[in-house]
Design a binder for this molecule. Sequence first.
Ligand SMILES: Cc1ncc(C[n+]2csc(CCOP(=O)(O)OP(=O)(O)O)c2C)c(N)n1
Ligand SMILES: [Mg+2]
Length: 348
Amino acid sequence: MEKATKGKTGKATTKVKHNHDIKASQDSDKRKEDLRRIYYLLRLTREFDDRGRKLWRQGRMEGTFFSQIGQEATTVVPTFFTKKNDFVAGQHRELGAVITRGCPLEKLACQLLSRAHAQDKGKLHPNFWGWTEANYLAPCTLMAAQTGVCVGAALSFKMRNMHNIAINFSGEGGTSKGQWHEAVNFAGVHKLPVIFIVQNNWWAESVPIKLQAGNEDISKRAVGYGIQGFRMDGNDVAPLYDFFNEWIPKIREGIGPPIIVQLDTYRWYGHSEIDPADYRTKDEVEKWKAKDPIPNFEKYLVKERIMTEDEIKGVTEQCLDEVQKAYVYGLNAPEPAPEVCLEDVYAP
Ligand SMILES: Cc1ncc(C[n+]2csc(CCOP(=O)(O)OP(=O)(O)O)c2C)c(N)n1
Ligand SMILES: [Mg+2]
């Protein structure tokens, strides 16, 4: 730490040091508070997903269910830094992002269970989350199609001199689509305030990354677009927090846009619940389960004295309770009236 030196009055430099120390301590308190909140969001996402899988297995849901268990950190942490008017777009495995954007669990339960109170009034695929109140775009089925819309939102932020950002989530499979390349290229040309997160879970349905990309480091494509690319462990929460804490304000202020961030992670279960995922080895699955982002983060929180084991237990119980209430609400919610199926539907 810097030593205090005496100024002319013997006071001024001491005051500077003092302010510096206060700022450092405030930053550290803020980081701790943020990490506690992130733990809650990760746990909430995990428990909501886990209960959703069970309901699907009990035959309580139409369609299939895309579990994101194992990938929570890749969606919760970047979205944690977004503000209300920012824009977020994803595919089908971004439950953590829509929860972090503040969509009530009751709404999400209604969507999974195709109930009238869901934002989509029971029409969309169960995991195609959308939450217009917080600019969270519901995806269409075509992989990567959301990327162009997301870049459009970033363009509009720039044209209107707004200090907002757009975050686009895509699986590594989605990045092979032409729409992804076109959108990233456009963002690179116009230096738009957008972050392209690539959730690399190594598989796109049954297609492994080695049959998907000539170079498994998709972030390296950034060079071709004249932007920056990063690749990180998507299951290690604290470094992810520090990275996005640094980059999101920069992009918001137009200093560093745009970037590609590849986050290596893993989905524990099949592509959806109807997929036995027998194209993966047991060893591979076990190796990744040992890298579960949540207990590893719990160890970090306890070691750094950010949370106690009792506090962690308390948060888990609170999340289980919230999830239970949300699904009870969803299961008791009315089904949509048949005539509603023609509302909000646009066809030539
Ligand atoms: C254009 C297009 N092709 C194929 C599909 C069928 N499909 C749905 S999800 C998926 C795999 C997506 O893989 P990835 O982007 O890695 O996301 P993940 O499922 O691994 O999260 C495919 C091929 C589709 N929805 N759209
Ligand atoms: Mg994938």
